[in-house]
Write a protein that binds this ligand. Structure first.
Ligand code: NAP
Ligand code: MG
Length: 401
């Protein structure tokens, strides 16, 4: 059988620890035998980031802007312990943060739904995708702890020196203060990324804030979404039979719980942080969550939502067997390959991605899975596999298809 040919390379961002081990296994067992894989390789493993003063991360993001599609392995975000472990020159920033800043993207997280791993919410039948605005608000706040009575004001000084003042509160005693911001430009990018992704995946888009209480701040988000929708996306949504609506965040939460799933839920930064953890754990497992960063200009970076699974890696280094779930990393590859196929008009590549995903899911549905899933499955006859054997079983399923 001849291998599937590619025309444009994928930007391949290798990573760290256990996921780096899985990365090689996935390529060897599931990709290279079937595809004449074209990638432009960037090693984002911490050792090489340190060696290049993190230039490799910036280069990989720029390559993504150039080619349009990247696939990324989980990477270590250094902390104090990693400084000694890897003898780092500096505490390099999170690669995801660096890449997100260059691509100006929004992150969409979607659970992988499979028979036998049931969501806690019994009426959820289809995945719920969380879109989180990744700039500003409380994540870029300024805070003051007030120790005595006094007057707190919000002051804006324009470039030509004009002041706008609003009283925040007259304190009688001790208390706390917080200032935060966002920019129209960032909110507009967020809105376009969400509308674009809804069209791309043909799903409804929900957006929710607390504009009844926050009449300027949250209301600006609501207005920008509505203006962009009406001017640029309304007709496309109607043609596809999908819907955009805005609702209050409390109403959204109630509706999400009663829904069947199968839509995108766009959230402000803090709401998205909290709600994505809630939605992903309610769907079953962090190891079954995919993540894609989409820029407003239509550039895509696919990855798993989990980290490098450090604890398993240390076992692996000691020569012990691991049972690490590779599903989200496999789906990062299939997501990227499908998008590459779509952009380059290579039907075989898109079909390959679909088929590999099906093979992965039917392997699990047949009872062959890693330990994390075996612990939560409702299936009765289960074979717990190690990291490598699980990937080999997926290959067998794929070949049998
Ligand atoms: P983690 O790698 O997501 O793992 C946390 C725990 O979740 C694991 O110890 C494991 O539980 C379970 N788990 C996660 N993924 C799994 C999988 N594929 N298969 C089986 N079990 C899985 O988070 P972490 O340990 O907090 O972080 C480790 C490193 O990853 C850190 O250096 C962090 O900076 C980095 N990180 C990177 C990204 C990214 O690149 N996007 C995201 C998050 C964290 P058990 O140990 O109980 O089996
Ligand atoms: Mg969180």
């Amino acid at each position: 059988m001849s291998k599937i040919q590619m025309t444009t390379p994928l930007v391949e961002m290798d990573g760290d620890e256990m996921t780096r081990i899985l990365w090689t296994m996935i390529k060897e067992e599931l990709l290279l035998p079937f595809i004449d894989l074209k990638t432009e390789y960037y090693d984002l493993g911490l050792a090489y980031r340190n060696e290049t003063d993190d230039k490799v991360t910036v280069d990989s993001a720029n390559a993504t802007l150039k080619y349009g599609v990247a696939v990324k392995c989980a990477t270590i975000t250094p902390n104090a312990a990693r400084m000694t472990e890897y003898d780092l020159k500096e505490m390099w920033k999170s690669p995801n943060g660096t890449i997100r800043a260059i691509l100006d993207g929004t992150v969409f997280r979607t659970p992988i739904v499979v028979k036998g791993i049931d969501p806690c919410v019994k009426n959820w039948k289809k995945p719920i995708t969380l879109a989180r605005h990744a700039y500003g608000d409380v994540y870029k706040n300024t805070e003051i702890r007030v120790e005595e009575g006094g007057k707190a004001e919000l002051v804006f000084t324009s470039a030509d020196g004009k002041e706008t003042r609003e009283l925040i509160h007259s304190f009688d005693g001790a208390g706390v203060l917080q200032g935060m911001h966002n920019t129209d430009q960032s909110i507009e990018s967020f809105a376009r990324a969400c509308f674009g992704y809804a069209i791309d995946t043909k799903q409804d888009l929900w957006f929710a804030t607390k504009d009844t209480i926050s009449k300027k701040y949250d209301h600006t988000f609501k207005d920008i979404f509505q203006e962009i929708y009406d001017a640029e996306y309304k007709e496309k949504f109607e043609a596809l039979g999908i819907e955009y609506f805005y609702t209050l965040i409390d109403d959204a939460v109630a509706r999400v719980m009663k829904s069947e799933g199968g839509f995108i839920w766009a959230c402000k930064n803090y709401d998205g942080d909290v709600m994505s953890d809630m939605v992903s754990s309610a769907f079953g497992s962090l190891a079954m969550m995919t993540s894609v960063l989409v820029s407003p200009s239509g550039v895509y970076e696919y990855e798993a939502a989990h980290g490098t699974v450090q604890r398993h890696y240390y076992k692996h280094l000691k020569g012990e067997e691991t049972s690490t779930n590779s599903v989200a990393t496999i789906f990062a590859w299939t997501g990227a390959l499908r998008k590459r196929g779509e952009l380059d008009g290579i039907k075989e590549l898109m079909e390959f991605a679909d088929k590999l995903e099906k093979a992965t899911l039917s392997t699990i549905e047949s009872g062959r899975m890693t330990k994390d899933l075996a612990l939560i499955t409702s299936l009765e006859h289960v074979t717990v596999l190690n990291s490598e054997d699980f990937i080999k079983e997926i290959r067998k399923t794929y070949e049998a298809m």
